[in-house]
Ligand binder design. Sequence first.
Ligand code: NAD
Length: 479
Amino acid sequence: MIIRHDNLIGGQWRPGFSYTANVNPSDLNDVIGEYAQADTGQVHEAIEAAQAASSAWAISGIQVRADALDKIGNEILVRREELGTLLAREEGKTKAEGIGEAVRAGNIFKFFAAECLRMNGETIPSVRPGITVEVTREPVGVVGIITPWNFPIAIPAWKVAPALAYGNCVVLKPAELVPGCAWALAEIISRSGIPAGVFNLVMGSGRIVGDGIVNHPGINAISFTGSQGVGAQIALSCANNLKKVQLEMGGKNPQIILDDADLNIAVELSVQSAFYSTGQRCTASSRLIVTEGIYQRFIEATIARMSKITVGHALTAGTDIGPVSSKSQLDQDLNYVDIAKSEGGRLQTGGERVKLATDGFYMAPALFTDTTTAMRINREEVFGPVASVIRVKDYEEALAIANDTPFGLSAGIATTSLKYASHFKRHSQAGMVMVNLPTAGVDYHVPFGGRKGSSYGPREQGTYAREFFTTVKTAYTLP
Ligand code: NAD
């Protein structure tokens, strides 16, 4: 029996005006459930419910908020196996990756539970005698949260948890492809003790639900993660309506491998961050920039390592890489393989659709060599298991090419040289820099975000999240 899942509006589970099937990309015959599609009217109702709950929640006690967030975090952690399995089933990550993501989401709620108790301000002497100046932080109000499909529970968690911790009300719209994890999270939040209307879930399309949230006057701030094209439209709309906005977008992350790198480490971290999670991470390394002295050994070892990767059903033990998440993403990945070939890239391995026992969107990870920084394959985000190698003379050329991109999310270097590692940390034009570590894979308690076309607005996560989710008040008192 296929179960229907409704929207959460003002504390009530409300049927959608229609439902869509959530289909497993590892097995297109497996329907996970049907999920409500909100219409514009329901979007407005959710925003009005959040507005109505806003003033009381803004001044709610910090212990109340801390307890609720801690409860949510604990339940996610206890249910990690079940939630990780749901995630793998709807998004296509392996079960181990899905469980890891669920754990991350649980830890994020627990981190922000503790942050509720650290809402300190400042008292500053005035330049005028007898006056005291206090600087405090207050909630922004009602926050619209719009999330992508590739981290179905972690991204909603890392936006919703700080929003609630700092006293905001939330209207969450998850990606159409992965409503299951967002619905499960909403269900957990609905039993956490948080008052009705403080958190609302509206599922549906970007065009109706996403746009309805962005353009509603009752929304005070938008936190968005997704593609650059949609992000840019949202930024324009927020600028026109003077709303606070935070955007996390795509990447074309470079991984430099220098002659002095440990070959095993260089190969492992490149393969991990280029191809695991099916290359569908905004922090995936899609450009491997390799210096001449190690080039041949690196290519041979990488191809050998890639031959050991098992592409399979996300829930099958032994699978390293699950399917691509959707038909349209698979078409995009295969199209970029054709583009790279037509530009003169040499396909060393993979790049084709794989047929398995279940009908899913499987693809063999693709490695291109003989590519240059001007090629589309090195400039545009593919967002799949496709990486290209650029051969360079030395560190200086590698750094210049690493920075030669419209994006700036994450960047890595594999080297045993302190001199080059230190120089790269300072001169990389990315928001996150990794030395002898994959470009993907970050901690949950420190700032996350990029530069250039990858990010816009204040950083997410860690204590830095409060820059976006609070507004500063300066109060002067003459006793
Ligand atoms: P997307 O931009 O297509 O969609 C993201 C969300 O925006 C979805 O919920 C979608 O329904 C909604 N949306 C679409 N059109 C809208 C509109 N006009 N108004 C309001 N909302 C709208 O992105 P996607 O395909 O879901 O995700 C993949 C992208 O996300 C990649 O570019 C990836 O790099 C990026 N991403 C970035 C980060 C990061 O932190 N930098 C993390 C994960 C994913």
